[in-house]
Design a protein around this ligand. Structure first.
Ligand code: GTP
Ligand code: MG
Length: 194
């Protein structure tokens, strides 16, 4: 399980999406929260997904094949302020269209930076996922930056916006730089896809 992971392709518009019918896990959320880093760290691959300390790194929809069982789909982040309005609109449209129309999305990981409360953009994303009838989990990333009580507070803040989620079932603390948080997420993936 999770042994054979490789990049398939990048899509910059809807004509370029892969034809495969494999079920998909999408990674979505605001820019710079660590979506691409999570792919690399979960599967111990240093440079599989491109990451950057500058927000707005991922500009296409990127597909990764896992064991020929499912696709991981790394989406561009929302809310990168320094790009032009037109470009931001293009990304938002690419991502929202994808979420609303793709038939193969089996589950979404909505990534949130654990140091910050969910924002309007997170609520917007939640609404798209719910409108599209997609199951999702929240991953509170960058927990290495928090102490225990701050991590607890972060979970509480997310639960006030996403009521009913259960810790380690559909809300996870995570750090792309500390391997110790992986287990519950990998368990979730095995339940979802294997
Ligand atoms: P976009 O592609 O712009 O939407 O960003 P992204 O969400 O894919 O973020 P990316 O993985 O490129 O990471 C953004 C920055 O956060 C990089 O500098 C990463 O090294 C850093 N980062 C990611 N995850 C963690 C984490 O768990 N802890 C810490 N401390 N830094 C992290
Ligand atoms: Mg990225």
């Amino acid at each position: 399980m999770f042994e054979n992971i490789h990049f398939i392709k990048s899509a910059y518009n809807h004509d370029e999406l892969p034809a495969s019918g494999l079920p998909q896990l999408i990674l979505c959320g605001r820019s710079n929260v660590g979506k691409s880093s999570i792919i690399n760290s979960l599967f111990n691959k240093k440079n599989l997904a491109k990451t950057s300390s500058t927000p707005g790194k991922t500009r296409s929809i990127n597909f990764y094949n896992v064991d020929d069982v499912f696709f991981i789909v790394d989406l561009p982040g929302f809310g990168y302020a320094k790009t032009s309005h037109a470009e931001r609109e293009k990304w938002n449209e690419l991502v929202s269209e994808y979420i609303l129309t793709s038939k193969n999305i089996h589950h979404a990981f909505h990534i949130v930076d654990s140091r910050h409360k969910p924002t309007e953009l997170d609520i917007q994303l939640k609404q798209w996922l719910e409108k599209a009838n997609k199951n999702y989990s929240i991953i509170l990333n960058k927990v290495d930056k928090l102490n225990q009580s701050e991590a607890n507070k972060s979970v509480k803040e997310v639960l006030s916006v996403f009521p009913g989620l259960q810790l380690n079932e559909d809300i996870f603390l995570y750090s792309s730089v500390q391997g110790k948080w992986k287990r519950p997420i990998l368990k979730k993936l095995s339940e979802l896809f294997y």
